[in-house]
Ligand binder design. Structure first.
Ligand code: SAM
Length: 358
């Protein structure tokens, strides 16, 4: 099914293509306002009181209209709401955060979706995008990120660059917090009987911390990630940070949690990861994976757009043949690794819970 493109008049089609051709303005304007501290300043202004571009810049700034243009674009995309005292060109514009814009305001840990936006638009990642067509022509070759960064894959790059590593840790925490709340509200019982929980690719350990705060019967958490990643992770009571490589082996526990890991790898690599999870679990033990699950139909809904956009991000940054998968593809990967029972639970519009039982 086409997404509305056939229903346009020729003039609308030219306008829609003009919009698509300029789409890069949106994430880059978003990145700029975050770097300028706009969401933080708006949320600090009591009750999200609307502020003008001049209010958001240091006193005496020579030309606030430059920032105002960014804010107007992002208002047209729903990030800000625009407030004007009266009609007419001279009526000043003031801006406030919408519900969408408030995803950029720090949560309990100080991280938010703003960190995810910043992570995606670091120089090393941005310079990978012009190589996208090369991924199409040479799908078995290095992914665009490696092509653009002297052959170094993204996870290795983060490990070599302290700042990129920290940005990644914060980005993952910022996106994880609201999802984990939703998960724990409706799936908390899924951790029943677990005393030792291993988080594979657990990054800062933030997910494990959130689970253990709510599921008090878990006595020990093992945050397992690459050595450089766990070296930068903060201490968390009850959590042991373990550095290693999931392609070699995974620490054992009663259950494994693994969020947003499989998507970034090829089918062969996923089978290797799932096989190592299987080996480290006791009989009847569960792997609880949380991944985006791609819909079968292609439409213009926000969910489909968010998922397919992320699919191409994975193609560019992590693996050309790493990708978002359907529920059936996830089931088959689990069966190939030896798991006997599989179920998918949809409790969030982006991530699904994929439960594999040994
Ligand atoms: C997309 S991030 C997800 C982080 C976290 N699970 C979350 O959802 O917030 C993928 C994680 O896998 C980790 N990772 C990549 N390669 C790994 C490997 N070979 N062994 C263990 N962890 C790895 C990365 O360092 C990163 O923290």
């Amino acid at each position: 099914m086409a997404a509305a493109g056939d229903e346009l008049s020729p003039a609308e089609a030219r306008l829609a293509m003009m919009e698509l051709a300029n789409m890069v303005s949106i994430p880059m304007a978003l990145t700029a306002v975050i770097r300028l501290g706009v969401p933080a300043k708006l949320s600090a202004a009591g009750a999200n009181a609307p502020l003008s571009a001049a209010d958001l810049l240091p006193a005496g700034h020579p030309d606030p209209s430059v920032l105002e243009r960014l804010l107007r674009l992002l208002t047209s995309r729903g990030v800000f709401s625009e407030h004007r005292a009266g009609a007419g060109a001279s009526s000043p514009r003031r801006f406030a955060l919408t519900v969408l814009g408030r995803t950029l305001v720090p949560g309990p840990s100080g991280a938010s979706y703003a960190d995810y936006v910043l992570q995606h638009h670091q120089d090393a990642l941005v310079r990978a995008w012009p190589h996208l067509h090369e991924a199409v022509l040479d799908p078995a070759g290095p992914e665009p990120f490696a092509r653009a960064n002297a052959g170094v894959p993204a996870y290795a790059y983060y490990g070599q660059d302290k700042e990129a590593n920290e940005v990644m840790l914060r980005a993952m925490t910022g996106v994880s917090e609201p999802f984990m709340e939703a998960l724990l509200d409706s799936y908390g019982g899924g951790f029943e009987g677990v005393r030792t929980l291993v988080d594979v690719g657990g990054s800062s350990g933030a997910c494990l911390e959130m689970i253990m705060r709510r599921v008090r019967t878990i006595r020990e958490g093992v945050n397992f990630d690459l050595p450089d990643v766990v070296a930068a992770a903060p201490p968390i009571p009850g959590v042991k940070h373990v550095g290693g490589d999931m392609f070699n082996s995974i620490p054992s526990g009663d259950a494994i949690f693994m969020k947003w890991v499989l998507t970034t790898w090829t089918n062969e690599e996923c089978t290797a990861i799932l096989t190592n999870c299987y080996k480290s679990l006791p009989a009847g033990g569960k792997l609880i994976a949380c991944e985006p699950v791609v819909p079968d139909t292609t439409d213009g809904s926000m969910r489909t757009r968010a998922l397919l956009g992320n699919d191409i991000f994975v193609m560019v940054i992590y693996r050309t043949q790493g990708r978002e998968r359907s529920e059936e593809e996830f089931r088959q990967l689990g069966l190939a690794a030896g798991f006997t029972v599989f179920r998918a639970i949809y409790l969030d519009p982006f991530y699904a819970v994929l439960e594999y039982t040994k």
